[in-house]
Design a protein around this ligand. Sequence first.
Ligand code: ME8
Length: 515
Amino acid sequence: MRDRFYITTPIYYPDSDLHIGHAYTTVAADAIARWHRLHGIRTFFLTGTDEHGQKIERKACQMGETPHAFVSRMADRIKGLWSALGISYDDFIRTSEPRHRRAVQALFERVYRQGDIYLGRYLGWYCTPCETFWLERQLEQGLCPDCKRTVEFLEEEAYFLRLTKYADRWLEHIAAYPEFIQPVSRRNEMVSFVRAGLEDLCVSRTSFRWGVPVPFDLDHVIYVWFDALTNYLSALGYGSGDGEARACFETFWPADVHLVGKEIVRFHAVIWPIILMAADIPLPRQVYGHGWLVLKEGKISKSRANSVDPLVLVDRYGVDAIRYYLLREIPFGADGQYSEDSLVARADSDLANDLGNLLSRSTAMLERFCGGVVPHATDSDGQLAAAIERAVGQVSRAMQALQLADALGAILEVARRANKYIEEQAPWELARAAGGGRRLGSVLYDLAECQRILAVLLKPFLVRAPDVIWHQLGMARTTADATHHELAWGGLPPGLTIRRGEPLFPRIVSKGAGR
Ligand code: ME8
């Protein structure tokens, strides 16, 4: 593992409020970032907003606001959402910021100066919702092949990026670095796409103003995807004269993972690396295209977004239930069906029954049999220690492969094992048996210690529960500065006074809040 780690989410369009699909990518990136921080790795986690382009300009106009006022208001709402979801980003880049504009102009100019951007004329189709250029032959029944909406015909003078020139070099790169595009199915799609032949890409527009001007030809606005992709560099200080900002670039570039939804893998895995090749900047290590959350009725659309407003869900079920559901329910990479019923079922079975019950049963028994004090383990059978050790290995392997659902599965498996251990060991019988005291103390210590470590393992995924677990176990500190060293068995000091409290995760269905 490297000693530093840079992960990004897409920068989202602030044309409307974000929904559970956007939360999905951001929560996943957050868990991956937190996991790296837990391991003492210097981590930079970037998210932000993609504020330029015709779509935003039109929306602001509809709202009767200037584009700048509109996007500022929306960016604040997005930050509010990330705060409610416990997102630990290190920077939030907005493409309307001067630092970003400078970087985009510097990059554009660099590629132009060395001959890979040239002036021509664009004659073709444009999908404004996707901000994508299409050739006549790529349209499906005259509609955008991605979003199936109507496209507009454009005829304007424009700058073009020589994508064609780099196709072979791109194919060589993919062959040499098979992990560059993940999962494998997306890599195969991209390779077929490039083999089918690339066209030079139009990278400027003249028919609207809301964007970054081409520095040497102010009638042109830089194409919003060229602008947006540059955020991954601009947030690190690329293009800045400030030495400290540039040091950040030296430290964290190239990015370890650009985490994106599958529909924008093409921009990240083909166009972005070619821009970087043309500018002679090292390529990111990986573009990971995860699947979509879909509703029973189909894709989550703006008109259905109300039913999947993450803020409403956090309010109703709590931040940890939402984060857990998003990360546990769907194998990362695949599509998955979202439903509030499955969210409630997951939260009740895994969080309330497995994890929550384990804590309340253990603390109740510590109170009843040990006067509320964590005992010494002088006669442990090592079963829970072995289960934890196995899980630590599984979680580590799963996280390296970005298999977040598997990592959580391994963690919850320990909670289930520990609940079963209570049944098998029957502490209430040990308490009655003559000479059962040492075994009783050991069983209860092991249960508490197992949960101390489970809290550390859960720290990247859940933001509230790990501290509640530590608090109830009597730990003097929070998990805030816990590290992977605290995954080693035996760290719970005997003699702590436990603090029984409210259930960790009250059942939702029995509260009547489920649907
Ligand atoms: O594409 N399931 O922004 P955007 C899973 N500004 N993920 C989903 C999702 C769903 N149903 N819906 C959205 C843009 N997402 C550009 C990006 S980056 C240089 C520029 C997530 O607001 C997923 O990550 O349309 C997807 O790629 C992203 O939101 C699209 O966000």
